[in-house]
Design a protein around this ligand. Structure first.
Ligand SMILES: [Mn+2]
Length: 270
């Protein structure tokens, strides 16, 4: 390996505790721990078998990794800090019982909802077309300040909910924080007004009337938005929206997007 070989930045799709597949993917791309950067689109944990190993690995990378929070990451934090019950589909027992569970949870709540760099912007689910990049960043920072601040326990107790369904500048407090979190971590279908629709996850043909995938509305944001969250799309390759969740936890594949050349690399997950 030449010392002058350029740094590579890999944006990794939803790992969801599939640590063996993450290791296989890093091996395949010839990831160099001391040089390269790993960006994770969120949902590092849950549903898959090795959430604990995944979190420990990413935390240890420190500055060499960037992770934005996904809905499953927030779900774990709501269990730890918000007294939220686990669901039957959760696979978080090993993590919740680990001696470093709290340490990992406090690290996780300090992570961002949005990251901008290397010509792209990354969030877990996307950015609604009704927001400019400046507005999106400001709204992300607003909630990150709550998650990373002193009042995080209160937030995690009342985080869950589908309402309000649409952004308004006049929203305040928890309603405002909740809709911001829902846009960044749970959004799939929206209508022209930016209203969220959560019941439909499946094929695009069956979208509810007036609702389309958020990235099909003309965006305010020029740079490509890189996101995860929507495994049933099997990856999205648009000029301004690149989806990298290819359903690893569902036995399909784990994808890395190398930002320097736009190349997609993946490993099968069976
Ligand atoms: Mn998700």
């Amino acid at each position: 390996m030449s010392v002058s070989s350029p740094v590579s930045t890999y944006v990794i799709g939803d790992v969801q505790g599939c640590f063996a597949q993450l290791e296989a993917l890093l091996h395949k791309v010839r990831y160099r721990r001391k040089r390269d950067r790993l960006w994770f689109v969120g949902d590092l944990i849950n549903r898959g078998p090795d959430s604990l190993a995944t979190l420990r690995f990413v935390r240890k990378l420190g500055e060499r990794a960037v992770t934005v929070l996904g809905n499953h990451d927030l779900h774990f934090l709501a269990i730890v800090f918000g007294k939220h019950p686990t669901r039957s589909s959760d696979t978080l027992d090993e993590l919740l019982g680990a001696p470093d569970c709290l340490k990992l949870a406090h690290w996780l709540r300090g992570l961002p909802l949005l990251h901008k760099g290397r010509g792209v912007v990354m969030t877990h689910a996307g950015i609604p077309h009704i927001w400019s990049l400046k507005q999106a960043r400001r709204r992300a920072r607003e909630v990150e300040a709550v998650l990373g601040g002193d009042r995080y326990r209160k937030f995690f107790r009342v985080m869950y909910g589908n309402e309000p369904a649409v952004w308004s500048k006049s929203l305040e407090g928890i309603a405002r924080q909740r809709v911001i979190v829902n846009y960044f971590t749970r959004m799939r279908f929206v209508n022209a007004a930016g209203e969220l629709e959560f019941l439909h996850k499946g094929p695009l043909e069956n979208a509810p009337r007036g609702f389309r995938p958020w990235f099909e509305f003309p965006p305010h944001i020029r740079r490509p938005i890189v996101f995860g969250h929507w495994a049933s799309l099997e990856g999205v390759h648009r000029k301004r929206a690149i989806g990298v969740d290819t359903g690893c936890v569902w036995g399909r594949s784990l994808t890395a997007l190398r930002l320097e050349d736009g190349k997609l690399l993946c490993v099968g997950c069976d």
